[in-house]
Design a protein around this ligand. Structure first.
Ligand code: HEC
Ligand code: HEC
Length: 269
């Protein structure tokens, strides 16, 4: 009885957070050899249209970005490779099952959640970088209840984003305007006070502003003299320079592990 209750409770959670459906138990998924073999096939047959890193080209879409709004299960990717997408340039193939799965494993590594793929680097070192002063990520981003509130919570970033997308968020922040609901604002109040931070909720009547210290200000718009909304992200934009290549790699290894379902997955394997 208890088991059934737990299973029922887990379902809506999965539905909510499971933007990517990794429904396949095929051993190729997450297997470094299969991924390498799939990469070879991809370079030969697919990169001409989709770009060598799946980033898109003149004749095929960016597979990494596409996965964010059109997530496919591993089985569905298998089907797409076999049958193509009728009525479009995406051609069918005649690859053997094993080769097809190798390709699926490579595409999963590109577009699936970072936590379901092998990621290079040292997560423990990355954790120290995340919470340390040089990067200061923890000042703005919480992980499992600890850390700041100015930026989005990253407790499930590895469970919900491909590695390439996490990397891009750090080295080219704001590129894809993920920050709807995270606008950087400066507010001048009628009493002369100036506040800056991130607007979490903004209506014609009120504004919720989280400042750099993580403090929440509830401001009635009737108190506001001037509101300036920045066109750029509140996230620092110099991490590509501030962090060494190794530091970035280790930081990504740490973030890739942030998956709220990690415990469950281990249990079910
Ligand atoms: C001639 C160009 C071309 C080649 C070669 C090609 N693709 Fe595509 N692919 C496309 C186009 C165009 C689409 C978008 C189809 C659509 O509009 O739904 C696409 C879509 C896809 C999708 C996403 C489907 C979806 O529903 O989201 C996947 C996955 C994919 N291709 C993988 C591959 C793989 C793997 C190969 C190599 C075996 C490959 N493609 C070769 C052009 C190509
Ligand atoms: C001054 C506060 C601040 C600091 C410091 C900061 N960020 Fe951010 N970050 C933000 C805000 C605000 C957003 C949302 C706006 C955006 O996406 O550009 C964001 C977005 C992100 C995203 C995208 C989140 C998503 O939902 O896709 C990631 C990943 C991220 N930050 C990681 C980091 C890492 C790693 C560091 C440290 C190297 C860091 N941030 C440092 C404020 C910050």
């Amino acid at each position: 009885m208890r088991v059934i209750a737990v299973a029922l409770l887990a379902m809506p959670l999965l539905a909510q957070h499971g933007r990517y459906l990794s429904d396949s138990n095929n051993p190729a998924i997450g297997n470094p050899q299969a991924i390498a073999a799939g990469e070879k096939l991809f370079m030969g047959s697919c990169a001409g249209c989709h770009g060598p890193d799946g980033g898109g080209g003149a004749r095929g879409p960016n597979l990494v970005r596409r996965s964010l709004w059109h997530p496919l299960s591993d089985e569905a990717i298998f089907g797409v490779i076999r049958k193509g997408v009728p009525g479009t340039d995406m051609p069918p193939t005649k690859l053997a099952d094993e080769q097809t799965w190798n390709l699926v494993a490579f595409i999963h590594a590109l577009t699936g959640p970072a936590s379901t793929n092998p990621v290079p680097g040292n997560p423990e070192a990355g954790k120290a970088i995340y919470w340390g002063a040089k990067a200061g990520c923890g000042k703005c981003h919480a992980v499992r209840g600890e850390g700041g509130r100015m930026g989005p919570d990253l407790s499930n970033v590895g469970g919900s984003r491909p590695l390439a997308v996490i990397r891009e968020s750090i080295v080219e922040p704001g590129k894809d305007l993920f920050y709807l609901g995270n606008e950087a604002v400066t507010v001048v109040l009628k009493d002369g006070q100036t506040l800056s931070g991130v607007a979490k909720n903004r209506s014609n009547y009120s504004l919720q502003l989280v400042d750099a210290k993580g403090k929440l200000h509830l401001i009635p718009m009737s108190d506001v003299k001037e509101l300036t909304i920045s066109e750029t992200t509140p996230m620092p934009t110099d991490y590509a320079k501030r962090l060494t290549r190794e530091e970035l790699r280790d930081l990504l290894a740490y973030l890739a592990k942030q998956d709220i379902r990690a415990g469950e997955k281990k249990g079910s394997k």
